[in-house]
Design a protein around this ligand. Structure first.
Ligand SMILES: [Zn+2]
Length: 290
């Protein structure tokens, strides 16, 4: 019986069996196994041998896969093995948090090749975008491989009137602008923007504890608190990407006042920001406590 949660086609939950999708499936399958031959790729993806041969030829031609020699199997001509070429491409990953920016470069095999943490004294777009531009440029120079794109995570919630980017656990001034377009203009590369908790859940799904689990939730402690959800192997975001924004769920009736205007929000009790507040009791107003 096939465990669908582990089938390569389940990743991304994309039913469209087009060429681009098949390329990704093949590349990801080889990445997961380290090395694979064409026949084994065909068997596991349910693609025809000819389709696999074409895709593998393309990927080798583009430098994304590389032939690593033949594996002895005992009988007949041993099959040629293919592996992901770490030098084939790279991605830049950036976290913009409330007090710092983390910039990383990963090669095509997912190995960390560069990491830099930059403290931020202000996180408005005016303060952040020049730093982002400079640091992405610096990161790109750390590897010679072509850049696939830049992935950026920020704390949400996004696009909720009166609640987005309000308070100390969010980034001020980003509401009402096309964040992805601003980031792309600043770094000159394709940018994929994601909520920090959702991105963390996808990472666990692809590389971590959620690898063999098709449905799960994970709590993410940034400055605030978020929930990353994976459903049928793919991230569950909701209409505006805020499905996991549990920070402003009212938890305590008449509880601590929250910058969002409500009282008793979860984030006022269970977040790094709340912990920091607790560790500085002399700076808290008694009325803000319960
Ligand atoms: Zn709130």
């Amino acid at each position: 019986m096939i465990d669908k949660s582990r089938a390569p086609s389940a990743i991304g939950n994309n039913p469209e069996r087009n060429r681009e999708h098949n390329r990704r499936v093949v590349l990801d399958l080889v990445r997961q196994h380290g090395m694979l031959g064409r026949m084994e790729i065909a068997r596991q993806t349910h693609l025809t041998a000819q389709a696999v041969a074409n895709i593998v030829d393309d990927l080798v031609g583009e430098g994304l896969l590389m032939a690593t020699g033949r594996r002895r199997t005992g009988r007949g001509q041993p099959p040629i093995q293919f592996a992901v070429n770490p030098e084939g491409a790279a991605t830049v990953g950036v976290e913009i948090a409330t007090d710092q920016m983390v910039v990383t470069v990963l090669d095509l095999t997912g190995v960390l090749r560069y990491k830099r943490i930059i403290p931020l004294s202000g996180t408005t777009p005016e303060r952040t975008l020049p730093v982002f531009s400079l640091e992405v440029g610096r990161a790109r120079k750390s590897v010679e491989a072509p850049l696939l794109g830049v992935g950026v995570v920020m704390p949400g919630p996004f696009g909720i009137e009166g609640m987005s980017f309000v308070g100390p656990t969010t980034l001020p001034g980003w509401n009402g602008i096309d964040v992805e377009a601003e980031l792309e203009a600043a770094c000159g590369a394709n940018v994929t923007l994601e909520n920090d908790a959702a991105a963390a859940a996808v990472a666990e799904r692809l590389f971590g504890a959620g690898h063999a689990i098709a449905h799960f939730c994970m709590l993410y402690f940034g400055s605030g608190i978020g929930l990353g959800m994976i459903q049928d192997g793919a991230p569950y975001r909701g209409a505006f990407g805020n499905a996991g924004e549990i920070g402003h769920v009212p938890l305590v009736p008449s509880g601590r006042l929250c910058p969002c205007g409500q009282r008793g929000c979860l984030e006022r009790y269970a977040s790094l920001h709340a912990l920091h507040e607790r560790s500085r009791p002399e700076r808290q107003k008694p009325s803000a406590n319960i």
